[in-house]
Design a protein around this ligand. Structure first.
Ligand SMILES: [Zn+2]
Length: 254
């Protein structure tokens, strides 16, 4: 018996699955995942991973909960308005699953602090919404050889993929979105363009599913595929995501 009686009962509906079983659940319970950004995408990622029993979660964000967050960020609520998102998210996780060990960081992720924040993390999930943060997370994950799960969402559209620095064929975030990519840098923010809660729920759920897939070790992961979600027409389109030879971020990587 590798799980406690309480764990066996809490996670019974996934332990019963042959793809997971007790061993897969133990891997989840022993894993440490960092979530950068505790907003639109971070909320469904946290809900899914806290529920599934990810042993340790590191939450990183410097924002406070505001009323306009609540159409989509369901880990926060009317009672936590004005609190830091980190405090609000921690309260949610403790009420859903007190067995999770939380590391909370009420700060913006940057290259100076990134290495120490991610030093013993198994997977990083990028749920941020600023290009500068995304490039910093990408650089840090390449340096530390940590798998990075990327997601983006605006209005009714979203995209998700994963970057595995230990896989020599894996692209990185900067391969797909070069620094000079004007279109990406000038992409409208959710405040300007709008965002539907169902879009972030879909993309966040796909990011969490990718993390579980990689940690437990079943099925095919999304490395090498950028999965596009079109919420206007309810369709998904996978496109090839390739490493670029002179990428400024990963060209020196093996
Ligand atoms: Zn690259």
């Amino acid at each position: 018996m590798i799980l406690t009686d309480d764990e066996l009962e809490r996670y019974a509906r996934q332990v019963v699955m042959p793809e997971i079983g007790e061993e897969g659940q133990k891997r989840l319970c022993d894993s440490h995942i960092a979530i950068i950004g505790v907003g639109g995408l971070g909320a469904p990622v946290i809900m899914a991973l806290a529920g599934a029993g990810t042993g340790r979660l590191s939450l990183i964000d410097d924002d406070d909960v505001s009323l306009s967050n609540l159409n989509r960020q369901y880990i926060h609520n009317t009672q936590t308005l004005g609190l830091s998102k980190i405090q609000s998210a921690a309260a949610f996780v403790r009420s859903l699953n007190p067995d999770i060990t939380l590391h909370t960081h009420d700060q913006r992720f940057d290259t100076e602090t990134g290495h120490s924040l991610l030093s013993d993390v198994d997977i990083v999930i990028d749920c941020s919404d600023l290009p500068a943060t995304r490039y910093a997370v990408n650089a840090c994950c390449i340096a530390l050889q940590i798998p990075l799960i990327f997601g983006g969402a605006v209005r009714t559209d979203g995209q998700v993929t994963s970057f595995l620095p230990a896989n020599e064929k894996s692209p990185c975030f900067a391969c797909l979105f070069p620094d000079a990519d004007v279109e990406f840098e000038q992409a409208p923010s959710c405040a300007q363009a709008g965002i539907l809660g169902t879009t972030t729920m879909v993309i966040g759920a796909l990011q969490a599913a990718e993390a579980i897939r990689i940690i437990v070790g079943f099925g095919e992961n999304l490395c090498g595929t950028l999965l596009l979600y079109d919420g206007l027409n309810a369709s998904f389109t996978p496109i090839k995501a390739q490493r670029t030879p002179h990428c400024p971020a990963c060209a020196d990587r093996p």
